[in-house]
Ligand binder design. Structure first.
Ligand code: IMP
Length: 193
């Protein structure tokens, strides 16, 4: 059976990928190859960070693998938080602090356009491939909804009346940046295998 390592410690992302892969190949996380370290994300782009993670795993563990990196880009903030989405409010901040910082910076802004972008880098037998997903939407003025994570309570995808945090996982995955990039990756792999 073909095996692929997803360079993540995030169980939620891993389960999502396993579900999308179906029976064509086996996807495992970093824990399963006994990689417990945090891989530093020091690049200044999503592609750069995704590349660092995939190359790190491929070099150290010699396994076919893929990694992802995501950012929220807000037009009125010149594309911030972007590649710094995880630590926007400071080094040890949580999701809530990031959301509050964005809401504060967006006070009084009439242009509320934003998008989520995900970049996936796959390394298969030494060859690199990239896949991207993007969803446009807007930043609303106060938090709505309890599910999801990160900036979900303040992001409403274009054409929908609910935020990501008011959607079920299944609903969100169908239209989300990561869902889109993942499906492109899976289609590519299914053709290969
Ligand atoms: P990562 O590269 O997937 O770890 O994402 C970086 C940061 O972007 C996360 O810490 C979250 O704050 C935010 N983020 C990523 N994906 C999502 C999402 O689907 N919804 C809301 N926020 C997200």
């Amino acid at each position: 059976m073909n095996e692929l390592i997803f360079a993540t410690h995030n169980r939620h992302k891993l389960e999502e990928a396993v579900a999308l892969a179906g029976a064509s190949f086996v996807i495992k996380g970093l824990t399963e190859i006994r990689c417990f370290e945090e891989i530093p994300e020091t690049a200044d782009s999503l592609l750069g960070n995704a590349r660092i993670k995939a190359e790190y795993v491929y070099r150290r563990y010699g396994v076919n693998c893929f990694s992802d990196d995501t950012g929220l880009e807000i037009d009125a903030l010149g594309g911030r938080p972007g590649v710094y989405s995880a630590r926007y409010a400071g080094e040890n901040c949580d999701f809530h602090e990031n959301v509050l910082k964005v809401l504060r910076e967006m006070e009084g802004q009439s242009n509320r356009n934003a998008c989520f972008k995900t970049v996936i880098v796959l390394i298969l037998n030494g060859e690199q491939y990239t896949f991207e997903g993007r969803v446009n939407g807007e930043i609303i003025t106060q938090q709505q909804g309890m599910s999801g994570f990160g900036y979900d309570p303040i992001f409403r995808p274009r054409g929908f009346s609910k935020t990501f945090a008011e959607m079920s996982d299944k609903e969100k995955n169908l239209i989300s940046h990561r869902g889109m990039a993942m499906r492109k990756l899976m289609e590519f792999l299914k053709e290969k295998y």
